[in-house]
Design a protein around this ligand. Structure first.
Ligand code: PMP
Length: 365
């Protein structure tokens, strides 16, 4: 057996571990923030037709520019945000992970620096390293919120080329207010990526950074169909930004990166947006039920605008994680001492989670 380190691996990848949320066969998989609700029957029927049609053209390369899909995504963003988003402002790829990778390929890379406010989405530093840039941890307050004064001071000192702010943040769940986003933009000369993977689950009053796009050509808002749309298996992420950003991404994207099947399936799903997003309110209600039940178990949580809850405190989070798994409930140990993260899904899942938590909480607080 050859060890990876014996290969002529790039030095900056040595000693690193891959992204590795466990994919275990458990009754209740509440660890990757998926939407557990089944897809609407009408969508499944339309997918059969659309995919069969697209299959007939598989001898040809797909539309390299995903023109029709980008128009549909622009329509969705315009409808839901009230901000005029044109197709030229939209770019799509295989999951927002690929969108973020393309952003880093275009604006990061060797000799450059990316900064994100830790703890946040673990893939931001991983993709940064894989594309050759250096990573700097941005600071948060003890309650995991971003202090605008401290954050802008850090940006002025570090001068990163790419800044990530995740809103709502993963794994903590809290959205970032627009004044803070605008202040971060002013404090950097790099691109500011607002990762809004969970924005559809935000509590009332939260506004998308899409409204900040006019006049801010270095601002990028990234989204995904993996969470609220319940289409994690589709692999479709997208962004909205100044058309010049979309032009820049053409320099690094692989030709024909989005298969015709993906484009057809995504467009079909978008035609069913309303039914797909019907589950969002139910998921938010389960999230709030989890939040409200925690104090009764002697536990607490971080305010959540997402489809998950960061909950604690545990004396030993890893031991609590294992105790829940022993009861068939898989949550996420995100490596924050004392805390675990659980995805909110169906009522049955919440019931199972709260029952298991009630059993283990007394011994693990
Ligand atoms: N951003 C955040 C904050 C996420 O939590 C995730 C998924 N866990 C992603 C992006 C990537 O999602 P996808 O590639 O499925 O679009």
């Amino acid at each position: 057996m050859t060890a990876m380190e014996e290969l002529p691996l790039r030095p900056e990848l040595r000693g690193r571990t891959p992204y590795g949320a466990p994919q275990l066969a458990v009754r209740y998989a509440l660890n990757t923030n998926e939407n557990p609700h089944p897809l609407p029957a009408a969508l499944l029927a339309d997918l059969q037709v659309a995919l069969a049609e697209a299959a007939q053209g598989l001898n040809r390369y797909p539309d390299r520019d995903a023109t029709a899909l980008r128009a549909d995504l622009a329509g969705y963003l315009t409808r839901t945000s009230g901000e005029p988003v044109t197709p030229a402002m939209v770019w799509a790829a295989n999951g927002s992970n690929e969108v973020l990778q393309q952003v880093l390929q275009a604006f990061g890379g060797a000799g450059r620096t990316a900064l994100g406010f830790t703890p946040s989405y673990s893939m931001h530093p991983i993709i940064t390293a894989a594309t050759g840039a250096a990573w700097v941890d941005g600071h948060r307050r003890a309650d995991f919120t971003i202090d605008p004064a401290a954050a802008t001071a850090q940006l002025r000192e570090v001068r990163p080329d790419v800044v990530f702010v995740t809103s709502p943040n993963n794994p903590t769940g809290t959205a970032v207010d627009l004044d803070t986003v605008a202040a971060l933009y002013e404090a950097t000369e790099g691109v500011l990526v607002v990762d809004e993977a969970y924005t559809e689950f935000a509590r009332k009053g939260t506004v998308s950074a899409l409204s900040l796009l006019p006049g801010r050509p270095r601002l990028i808002v990234s989204r995904t169909m993996s969470k609220a749309f319940g289409m994690a298996g589709l692999r479709l992420g997208y962004l909205a930004a100044d058309p010049a950003v979309v032009d820049a991404l053409q320099l690094v994207r692989l030709p024909y990166h989005l298969s015709s099947l993906t484009q057809a399936a995504a467009r079909t799903a978008l035609a069913h947006t309303e039914q797909l997003l019907d589950t969002v309110d139910a998921v938010k209600a389960e999230r709030d039920r989890i939040v409200e039940a925690l104090p009764g178990l002697g536990l607490t949580s971080v305010p959540s605008d997402a489809n998950f809850v960061l909950f604690g405190h545990f004396a030993d989070a890893a031991a609590a994680w294992q105790a829940l798994l022993d009861r068939g409930v898989l949550v996420r140990d995100v490596g924050l001492p004392g805390w675990l993260r659980v995805t909110a899904g169906t009522t049955e899942e919440t019931d199972a989670f709260l029952t298991a938590l009630g059993e283990i909480a007394p011994g693990h607080r």
